[in-house]
Design a protein around this ligand. Structure first.
Ligand SMILES: [Zn+2]
Length: 487
């Protein structure tokens, strides 16, 4: 009897439960500007998928309950019901991918990018070479970088720049820009004078996808919201449950504790310690090895360039140069709505790519937030945003030829390159780590204002060289070759 009662109760409990809640996906055109701000009704914060999923131009796409819809109708909004469903994932697929419920083929999957690059390498083996810089945390998939230059098989003693996409895997535009740039560079060599000059004088490194596991979640259609990597944070053996994973743009080791969230359930989860994630370690080692003059980490969205930095209101030591470069790039990228150009803003000095790349290595890394109001954009928006950002690339590459010092440090007796500190004490205060030359060439490309600079070159075991008045010419790289004598 007791067992029967228990069974009845269990069934009764099931029968009495509410039917699964039906959620509405609504489209609301002509949203007033005031309602799009942070205090407005349709504020798109870019992180929460609970309510406003997209705010493209003046059209909001939101998730709502029937009661909320009634309230919006009452308030006079001319809304359209796109979908009503009990299936949350179907709702997100409809909202983010569109009517087909799967990603538009305008976007590339990782294996397509790899194949595309391989085809370019077959057609132009001298112009592009593939390097594996690491593997993903969960699936151990290879993370590839591509070196593009007129002699791509080898590393040369040249200024290097790097462009990467998809630290955040739902921000697909960055990957598309990097892929388009790859094609433009390799196919344009010998045809386009600007491209030819870049490949003859620089090494351009491309990392189309940093967060390869997450990118696959979004491009395969498993979860269009996926943003972090695929680490099984709670260790239950199940991966891919939103919001699991580590936010790869909060895992860099520069004021790590000041950035992101310690809570694994949060979208800003920074991981359990700095560089805990293999994707970040791959980027760390790749950057330290190459000491790029400039780099871009593409994100979406906001039509703004974040540069290093504002640290409690204090600007970066190289603020004037950084702001000028960021400003020129921003001024070259038109906004999607045709009202102007991208903005610039200093980012906080913590845990993100630019904080570590600049603070630790002296690489001027810029976060370019492409497009506005979505992470995954409708396919018709993609070509315009990519083309606009390729103009930004041209503006950036215009800053790879100084002015600045081309410092080269060698052992006076053997001529061997040395990893030496290149310290400009009148510029570089204690907020940044000492900049060094690279191991392979003993080289440091140091962007500087023209004029006289105080430079100290040092290396353990060698006599320090102090140059109170190193002259930087008005244009181009001014060579500074230093032969250090053993102590
Ligand atoms: Zn992002």
């Amino acid at each position: 009897m007791r067992r029967v009662t228990a069974l009845v109760l269990a069934l009764g409990g099931g029968a009495a439960a509410e039917p699964p809640a039906r959620t509405l996906l609504l489209e609301i055109p002509n949203v007033p500007a005031a309602e799009q701000t942070s205090t407005g009704r349709f504020y798109y914060d870019g992180y929460s998928f609970e309510r406003v999923i997209r705010m493209l131009r003046d059209t909001a796409v939101i998730r709502a309950t029937p009661a909320e819809m009634a309230e919006l109708k009452q308030a006079g909004y001319p809304l359209r019901v796109v979908l009503e469903t009990t299936d949350e994932m179907r709702l997100y697929r409809r909202a983010i991918y569109g009517p087909a419920l799967q990603l538009s083929p305008v976007y590339h999957r990782y294996d397509q990018i790899t194949a595309l690059a391989a085809a370019l390498a077959v057609a132009h083996p001298q112009l592009i070479s593939r390097l594996q810089i690491g593997e993903t945390q969960h699936h151990r998939r290879p993370i590839y970088a591509y070196r593009v230059s007129n002699r791509a098989a080898v590393r040369q003693d040249r200024p290097r720049v790097m462009f990467n996409g998809a630290h955040h895997s739902d921000e697909l535009l960055g990957t598309e820009i990097v892929v388009a740039l790859m094609g433009k560079l390799v196919n344009g060599y010998g045809r386009d004078a600007e491209v030819t000059r870049w490949l003859d004088t620089l090494e351009i490194y491309l990392v189309p996808v940093v967060n390869v596991d997450g990118h696959d979640m979004v491009t395969s259609g498993r979860d269009p919201r996926w943003r972090k990597n695929l680490r099984d944070v709670n260790g239950d053996g199940v991966v891919g449950q939103f919001h699991e994973g580590v936010n790869l743009n909060r895992n860099y080791d520069f004021n790590w504790i000041m950035g992101g969230s310690p809570d694994p359930a949060k979208i800003g989860y920074r991981g359990s310690y700095p560089f805990s994630e293999s994707e970040n370690r791959a980027m760390r080692d790749f950057a330290a090895d190459n000491l790029f003059v400039l780099s871009v980490s593409y994100h979406s969205s906001g039509e703004v360039i974040f540069y290093p930095w504002s640290w409690g209101g204090m600007a970066a030591p190289d603020d004037a140069i950084i702001k000028r470069i960021a400003g020129e790039i921003a001024a070259s990228i038109p906004r999607t709505d045709g009202t102007g150009r991208y903005d610039i803003a200093p980012g906080g000095a913590s845990s993100q790519s630019y904080a570590w790349l600049y603070g630790h290595l002296g690489i001027i890394d810029l976060i370019i937030e492409t497009g506005k109001g979505a992470h995954v954009f409708p396919p018709e928006e993609v070509p315009g945003i990519v083309a606009a950002n390729l103009q930004g690339v041209s503006a950036l590459l215009g800053h790879t030829n100084g002015p600045g010092l081309a410092v080269k440090v060698t052992d006076a007796a053997t001529g061997a390159p040395l990893v030496a500190q290149v310290w400009l004490p009148q510029i570089e205060n204690e907020t940044v780590d000492r900049r060094t030359t690279d191991a392979e060439f003993g080289r440091r490309w140091r962007l500087l204002e023209p004029g006289s600079h105080y430079v100290i070159i040092s290396c353990p075991g060698y006599r320090t060289v102090v140059l109170p008045k190193a002259e930087v010419g008005p244009a181009g790289w001014t060579p500074l070759e230093i032969r250090l004598e053993r102590e």
